[in-house]
Design a binder for this molecule. Structure first.
Ligand code: PEP
Length: 254
């Protein structure tokens, strides 16, 4: 059975002391035999610290970003190989904050995916509509167009290694979550779209939901048949909230 993925995106938050407290708490409640895989995506500068804490536990390391080149004159950037040096398993790509604040294009996102897959890491591709698109009833069209644009560049074989995170932009960091029905509706469309391209390749595809997930809404969301886990920002910085989501998810899918 495929594991439920719970990915903690710390964004640009944390400190050596705060991380240490959070990681100690996570080590206490996480369990390598659980149905869920817990992944921490810290800012790059804290990757070493996180790796030291989680070694030997079931918790995995992820990155929030990567450069699409192998090496060279890219000041401030980090390569796939560097992430691999820290046993990093996952990397977010196409997060709406990177698309909007750092002008990341579809081509760059696709290049990152190609590089990550070649380096043995799992890209977590974020897609989702903004509020105006949702209000115009365009959510499903937007997410399928986002998928199609990436697949056209990376190809189906590469894309089979990708985890998808459906993150409606209007729900990220706003406290507004998509209802379980709204999320399931879009997740189902994503799964159908990919299975229509190749059912064999995509039968085990993981589709995560992200957007103000917390201990109060996680239970309803995870009960939906096409929701395979969460990408969590704000609530992943609070040990008690993350613990409650993690344990709750495990009991629902057990
Ligand atoms: C995110 O960072 O991808 C996210 C979903 O953030 P939040 O949970 O805070 O909405």
């Amino acid at each position: 059975m495929k594991k439920i993925l719970i990915i903690a995106n710390w964004k640009m938050n944390g400190s050596v002391v705060a991380n240490s407290k959070l990681l100690m708490a996570m080590l206490k409640f996480s369990n390598s035999l659980s149905h869920s895989e817990l992944v921490v995506c810290p800012p790059h500068i804290y990757m070493h610290q996180v790796k030291e804490y989680i070694v030997g536990s079931g918790i995995k390391l992820g990155a929030q970003n990567v450069n699409e080149n192998d090496d060279g004159a890219y000041t401030g950037e980090v390569s796939v190989q560097m992430l691999g040096d820290f046993y990093c398993r996952y990397c977010l790509v196409g997060h709406s904050e990177r698309r909007l604040l750092f002008n990341e294009s579809t081509t760059r996102i696709a290049d990152k995916i190609i590089r990550l897959v070649a380096g043995g890491l799992t890209p977590v591709l974020c897609i989702g509509e903004n509020l105006a698109q949702r209000e115009r009833g365009e959510a499903k069209r937007i997410v399928t167009e986002q998928l199609a644009a990436i697949i056209e560049i990376v190809g189906l074989t590469c894309f089979k290694s990708v985890v998808i995170a459906y993150e409606p932009i209007w729900a990220i960091g706003t406290g507004k979550t998509a209802s379980a029905e709204q999320a399931q509706d879009v997740h189902k469309v994503i799964r159908q779209y990919l299975c229509n391209l190749d059912k064999n390749i995509f039968k085990n595809l993981s589709i995560l939901y992200g957007g103000s997930v917390n201990e109060n809404n996680a239970g309803d969301l995870i009960k939906q048949s096409d929701i395979d886990g969460f990408l969590i920002g704000g609530a992943s910085l609070k040990a008690a909230s993350l613990e409650s989501i993690y344990l709750g998810v495990d009991s629902v899918k057990a």
